[in-house]
Design a protein around this ligand. Structure first.
Ligand code: ATP
Ligand code: MG
Length: 322
């Protein structure tokens, strides 16, 4: 009836959606194993919220085989709704009533008996550090508190799968870290998290798998490490303080790119131990001793810009690595 161990928590095949003549999703495939965090990345307008809305039954797809929690979205949306929780990109908190009242309203929507609703609300307010604020109108909350209340409300029905659409946008670093802690806790309780984010560091930090949505399709999908391997840009950087040593090294190592101003040399490298060792051997053989050696592996920003054709491609690493 519900998800079994090896059945995906979320599966989409050929997910298609257009608004009028504009196609937003051109037949995408997604698979999210239970108890994992899946992060959907993409530039503004790529269709992330559209995917979340479709998978959480708020709007319908034009085509595609979609299942959530083992239930078919087309034939059994009620069962899907019972299995999931959704925190939208824009807050569902009612500012005119208190945090506690917002929670109790959710408990009513989930038809929890009164006493159980109160217990659940109290437990979640505690867990999200909102006990002190619980009796104040939510309109007086800071952005971080409002976001925590939003997620607490999502959890009232005890969903096994939750959709978080940009849960940390606009939060300060401390609130963002506390939200990451909350998400990790959910996952360790076995909840499946489908997360969209603008912050690549967030996907890097939390997600088991990441998909980059671009131009109506999935431009790349994999673990953060797999995605990083897709783009060139990994290198070893040698820095010198003595210009003469720099010149000697630059002459000895002709295949490197130079930065004469910073007195630094850059050697393409995938960052693996084997390659690092061979580079070190090569440096020894050439009699090069740098003052500083750093290994740069491409980060998700590099991947994002490379895949979505943005302008922020990291300097000339693309040429130097080829
Ligand atoms: N109800 C709608 N009617 C018409 N077009 C829409 C509608 N909702 C979204 N769109 C369009 O669909 C595209 C995808 O929108 P969506 O909100 O899914 O993007 P997003 O990836 O969530 O963007 P953001 O990062 O800004 O939140 C956009 O071009 C948007 O203008
Ligand atoms: Mg969105």
């Amino acid at each position: 009836m519900t998800t079994t161990a090896n059945e995906p928590a979320i599966a989409a095949r050929g997910l298609t959606k257009s608004y009028g003549a504009k196609q937003v999703l051109g037949g995408i495939d997604l698979t999210v194993p239970p108890g994992t965090v899946f992060s959907l990345l993409g530039p503004n307008g790529a269709g992330k919220t559209t995917v979340v809305k479709i998978l959480s039954t708020l709007i319908t797809a034009d085509a595609g085989e979609l299942s959530v929690g083992g239930h078919d979205l087309a034939t059994d949306p009620r069962a899907v709704r019972a299995a999931i929780g959704v925190t939208g990109q824009f807050s569902a908190v009612d500012g005119l009533i208190t945090g506690e009242e917002n929670m109790l309203l959710m408990a009513d929507l989930h038809h929890l008996p009164r006493a159980e609703g109160r217990r659940t609300a109290a437990g979640l307010l505690e867990r999200f550090d909102l006990v002190e604020a619980a009796k104040k109108p939510a309109a007086t909350y800071s952005g971080g508190m409002r976001r925590r209340l939003d997620i607490a409300m999502t959890l009232v029905g005890g969903p096994r799968i939750i959709f978080l659409d940009e849960p940390t946008t606009g939060l300060d670093p401390r609130s963002r870290h506390s939200m990451w802690g909350i998400i990790r806790q959910l996952v360790s309780d076995g909840v499946t998290v489908f997360l969209t984010t603008q912050y690549l560091a967030e996907a890097d930090e939390l997600a088991d798998r990441i998909a980059v949505l671009h131009d109506g399709g999935i431009a790349a999908e994999g673990t953060a490490e797999e995605l990083k391997r897709l783009v060139p840009g990994g290198h070893i950087r040698l820095r010198f303080t003595d210009p003469a040593a720099y010149q000697a090294a630059a002459t000895a190592l002709r295949e490197v790119s130079r930065d004469d101003e910073a007195l630094s040399l850059r050697i393409p490298s995938d960052g693996s131990q084997r390659e690092l060792r061979s580079v070190l051997d090569w440096l020894d053989a050439a009699g090069v001793e740098a003052d500083e050696l750093t290994v740069h592996t491409p980060d998700l920003d590099d991947v994002f810009f490379a895949l979505t054709g943005g302008t922020g491609t990291p300097d000339q690493t693309t040429e130097t690595a080829r």
